[in-house]
Design a protein around this ligand. Structure first.
Ligand SMILES: [Zn+2]
Length: 432
């Protein structure tokens, strides 16, 4: 899989970059995608033999046959789907299973070097089929995500549509790098704030430098209580958390909260954040509140499985137990009617690993393949505030379309085999 992608990277970029370098925007030419099957994002079934008609960067029509004069792309042996959306990524990270992995990136790599690597990760995300991502903070690389987003939007480099969180917020003593001698000044993976005024000022700063979302780390230091509840230390006071949410919302921006356990989730929900990230344990009453207020749950299951063994070996066995707790929470969230959006934490694991493995994790935890795919299309588009333009294959939406060789509704791991990617009417990958 990885080797296949590596060789693939050698030749696809030429086609992509030749488009990008010349600043060529999609013309109003008409393209007809002949799809053998189509998952349009609306129903639970595949529609057969549909032609998706594209004009410029938008879908114009779904028809039984191609209009005359249209340029045809043959996907008649493929299943077409809406472009995938990963609502939790870190393009500035190259995997951080252990604390040492993380520290090395902040201590030994310049933000400039990390940004160069991030442009490669953005291209990888797109080639995996993720035509949109919400990148949830740069982990010490400042505002580099806003610049990568700008380079993509200006056609300088290939990559997904991006919403970015820039630096994220946490309090003194709560976020790495930690454990160095007091006299040594080390970089941190967040902007540190203490007190409501300081938090408000940081929100203003980040928004002024391009943050679409404000990311907060609401808890840390996890342990499983005897009754099986995952306990934590909440980072912010309610005063601080409320100030952050109030300031972000006042400026028409949303708040994503890293909250893995009891208190972090509860405080975030009470403060009125817009999404709960990870949510390994969520109390029943908080799930009810999330469902009632439309707070999204972004469970990031696969990364938990991926890092658990490494972190257990490092002396933190709680990460293994958290997987079982997570499964129970996921099932309860589905039952409670909470909106679950697809997010992977890619970058928390190596970008050479396909983040679409999350689909299989969600199905293993109890979703149907169709539910898992909708979480990465329709529901994710809603979380991004873009459900009018993304998340479905229908007239008027952006022409963000991917295809896989088989039937993802009978085997959801097909989602790891995307071999056609179109974003905004431009083809970035086509292997047939
Ligand atoms: Zn993350």
């Amino acid at each position: 899989m990885i080797r296949k992608l590596a060789s693939h990277l050698l030749w696809i970029p030429f086609a992509v970059w030749s488009v990008s370098f010349w600043g060529q925007t999609p013309t109003t030419k008409v393209v007809a995608l002949r799809c053998g099957s189509l998952f349009d994002g609306r129903g639970d079934t595949l529609r057969k033999n549909i032609v998706v008609v594209i004009e410029g960067d938008k879908i114009k029509d779904l028809a039984p046959s191609a209009p005359s004069g249209a340029e045809e792309i043959d996907l008649s042996h493929e299943t077409c789907l809406p472009g995938l959306i990963d609502t939790h990524t870190h393009i500035l990270l190259q995997g951080d299973i252990t604390a040492a992995d993380y520290d090395a990136q902040l201590l030994k790599e310049s933000p400039e070097y990390r940004t160069i690597l991030a442009t490669v990760n953005a291209r990888r995300a797109l080639e995996y089929g993720f035509t949109s991502i919400r990148d949830l903070e740069t982990e010490g690389a400042g505002y580099a995500d806003a610049d990568v987003k700008r380079a993509i939007n200006n056609g300088v480099i290939p990559g997904p549509r991006m919403q970015v969180a820039t630096r994220a917020l946490d309090v003194t003593g709560a976020y790495p790098l930690q454990g160095y001698a007091p006299a040594i000044t080390v970089p941190h993976g967040v902007q540190i704030v203490d007190g409501a005024d300081s938090a408000r000022q940081a929100v203003r700063e980040q928004i002024s430098h391009g943050a679409d979302w404000i990311k907060v780390y609401s808890d840390r230091s996890y342990r499983v209580r005897e009754d099986g509840v995952l306990d934590d230390i909440p980072t912010f006071t309610m005063d601080e958390l409320r100030a952050i949410v109030d300031e972000a919302h006042r400026e028409r921006h949303k708040v994503a909260s890293h909250a893995m356990a009891l208190n972090g989730v509860h405080n975030s929900v009470e403060a009125g954040v817009d999404s709960i990230e990870h949510g390994n344990y969520i109390a029943e009453e908080d799930l009810k509140t999330m469902a009632a207020r439309g707070i999204f749950y972004v469970p990031t299951i696969f990364v938990g499985e991926y890092v658990a063994q490494g972190r257990a070996a490092e002396g933190a066995p709680v990460w293994v137990k958290m997987i079982q707790i997570h499964e129970d929470t996921f099932k309860r969230a589905m039952k409670a009617g909470v909106k679950i959006a697809f997010g992977t934490d890619a970058g928390g694991f190596d970008w050479k690993v396909n983040p679409a493995k999350e689909f299989s994790s969600m199905v293993k935890f109890g979703m149907t393949p169709a539910q898992a795919i909708r979480s990465a299309t329709v529901t994710a588009a809603e979380l991004m505030g873009m459900k009018d333009s993304l998340g479905m294959v229908e007239a008027g939406k952006f022409a963000d379309i991917v295809a896989v060789p088989g039937d993802p509704l009978s085997d959801v791991s097909e989602m790891e085999k995307v071999d056609f990617v179109m974003k905004g009417g431009v083809v970035y990958r086509h292997e047939h």
